[in-house]
Design a protein around this ligand. Sequence first.
Ligand code: T5A
Ligand code: NA
Length: 211
Amino acid sequence: HKEKSEKNRGAFILLEGCDRSGKTTQAQLLLQSLKDKGQNVEFARFPERSSEIGKVIDQYLKSTTNEKNLKSMHLLFTANRWELMEDIVKKIKKGTTYVIDRYAYSGIVYSMANGLDKEWCIRMESNLPKPDIVLFLDLSVEDAAKRGEYGKERYEKKAFQQKVRDNYHQLIEDNWKVIDATQTKEEIAKQLLDLSLKTIEESKNKPIQTI
Ligand code: T5A
Ligand code: NA
């Protein structure tokens, strides 16, 4: 029986933020702490560069030549989400909690920073599963840049990152928590763990929403 099997589902916990905001660091810490608390939890990231679509995305991110077809590039990032989310949702419904590093909101804010229309970007992400909580690691571009040089990938430049941050601030909704990412790794980890445990508890018997 469908309804019954969706009781006690896992949660969809998402980490978002600019480059160098500490997403990957915190995702790994959170995964371990949740496991230590006996939670059934798995990790995923977007873009997932290992699939066929992911390989095209990886090449795009590593190249610095002008991209003429930004809309089709956006749709490849979106397709990369669809190709993984079907399996992820199946597992969430069976009780696995997912910690995910970047998702649809990254798609929206980076494409907007490239000049694409906000409403178009949001529309292209519609119907994807919606996270139960968005843990938004927020810090200024200046503070992010202090964490060592930005890398060599396409978007790792200060002016671009400033646009990305401004765009994130336009997307904040009720299910977002803005985390001060200038705190120590340990301080942030504790906040994320508390928020995640609360979310797991509150999401258990709620249907998964869509964007
Ligand atoms: N993209 C992505 C799109 O354009 N469209 C899309 O749809 C999607 C999904 C992907 C790129 O693709 C774009 C966005 C991105 O430009 P990525 O592989 O996800 O890139 O790489 P990033 O997320 O940018 O990875 P980064 O490594 O730059 O950032 P993180 O993961 O936020 O940061 P992290 O944890 O690696 O930490 C960075 C450094 O800071 C230190 C760490 O030790 C590390 O050195 N640090 C701290 N220092 C002090 N205090 C703290 N609290 C710290 N936390 C971490
Ligand atoms: Na990262």
